[in-house]
Design a protein around this ligand. Structure first.
Ligand code: DNO
Length: 403
């Protein structure tokens, strides 16, 4: 697999020099400053390509922008309301501009309102470093007591709701505010940043949209853009819901194998593909990740490798982001399935036999704890994850390791 690295642009406290020293071969980035729904113009794309190619002192990084994460799908497109038609036209223009710039892999997601969600961005783990955590009872505190969403209590088990009542009573204002900010302010890469008020408005926009309707909106969107992507030689890849279960009463439709198969079959062309994120999908015990990697194999265009440890085997559940080879997912078996898919593609003569992967997230360890990089995206924690994964790939690919 091609070892890539997410970089958030010149303001990222983890530099391209860091990425190089971590052993990254290519860069994953986006035009984060452009609002969703707007066109990514050629000049902006080229500017970012130059920023990736050269260090601030003008020397070459020997890195290229290889994957877009993400070309955001607007809320208007997801709900098919307001300016959605214009936004689809803009999306197609952006795809053309990216193709012209030679960038072929385009990640996006179809999560309503909230992109990835955590309740704690610096949860202390046993070794003294920190990790991100999603705690269901804390999320219930937010939903029931802070957002005060109507009907919220019914979406949790009585035990979780009771725990949330207790925790809310014991929380001081600072903790309540931090919890709300973690959830509504948007984590790195999220396109939307809400306040409690704007979040309520956007939730209301989904009043009549259940899972079937949302899935159909995704399929209709793909029917409009994926044939263009195919003609342009691009690979679209949908990131799973993170976490992979409904939140805030919103439907989520990219959480399981069945979800993916429905969407891949509905628009059955190679350009309509998958971002295989083991960390997101791994938060459900009923997702068998090695089996999913095999089943979705030919349509996987981008891979995120990370490992969550679930507190329980229920859906939904609490979890934290464990080390890349720890956690509840059998990472070695997943990597083996992905390498087998690459071998299969090489046999077939596919030009895209090598899949881009990135070490997704990392725990904050050592100097990460004082650097203040973006939550989930520290230098050393990711470097460690990449190094461990690279070791697995090397071992699984070595003739000495074969029976
Ligand atoms: C989190 C990321 C997500 C992802 C988007 C893809 O770390 O994996 O924000 O980039 O959901 O559209």
């Amino acid at each position: 697999m091609r070892q890539t690295w997410r970089w958030f642009g010149p303001a990222d406290k983890v530099t391209l020099a860091d990425a190089r020293q971590a052993g990254a071969e290519g860069i994953v980035t986006a035009l984060h400053h452009i609002p969703s729904g707007a066109i990514w113009h050629a000049e902006e794309i080229e500017k970012r390509q130059r920023e990736v190619a050269f260090h601030p002192d003008g020397s070459m990084t020997h890195l290229k922008w290889e994957v877009v994460e993400s070309l955001p799908v607007s809320e208007a497109i997801r709900t098919r309301t307001g300016e959605w038609r214009a936004h689809v036209v803009h999306y197609r223009r952006s795809l053309e501009n990216l193709a012209r710039a030679g960038i072929r892999t385009i990640c996006y997601n179809f999560m309503p309102v909230l992109d990835w969600t955590r309740t704690d961005l610096a949860w202390r783990v046993g070794h003294g470093g920190t990790a991100m955590r999603f705690d269901l009872a804390d999320f219930a505190v937010f939903d029931i007591h802070i957002l005060k969403r109507r009907g919220a209590r019914d979406d949790f088990s009585p035990a979780v709701a009771a725990e949330a009542d207790r925790r809310f009573r014991d929380m001081d204002d600072a903790r309540r505010e931090a919890l709300a900010a973690n959830i509504v302010a948007g984590l790195p890469g999220a396109q939307e940043h809400w306040t409690l008020e704007s979040l309520r408005e956007h939730l209301a926009a989904y009043a009549g949209i259940g899972p079937e309707r949302l899935r159909q909106n995704l399929i209709d969107f793909l029917a409009e853009v994926a044939p263009d992507a195919e003609r342009l030689g691009l690979r679209l890849c949908c990131h799973p819901d993170d976490p992979p279960f409904p939140l805030l009463g919103l439907p989520r439709v990219m959480s399981t194998l069945a979800d993916y198969l429905a969407v891949l079959d509905a628009v059955d062309i190679p350009a309509n593909g998958v971002t295989f994120c083991t960390g997101s999908l791994g938060a459900r015990p009923d997702n068998d990740l090695p089996a999913m990697a095999a089943a979705l194999g030919p349509r996987i265009h981008f891979v995120h490798l990370r490992n969550v440890r679930r507190d329980t085997d229920e859906v939904p559940c609490s979890f934290f982001e464990d080390e890349h080879l720890a956690g509840s997912t059998d990472m070695v078996a997943v990597v083996a399935a992905l390498l087998a898919e690459e071998a299969r593609r090489r046999e077939e003569g596919r030009a895209d036999a090598e899949m881009p992967m990135r070490p997704d997230h990392g725990q904050d360890i050592l100097d990460d704890l004082s650097r203040g990089a973006q939550p989930g995206y520290p230098a050393i924690g990711r470097l460690k994850g990449l190094a461990e994964l690279r070791g697995v790939m090397a071992a699984l690919s070595h003739p000495a390791g074969r029976p």
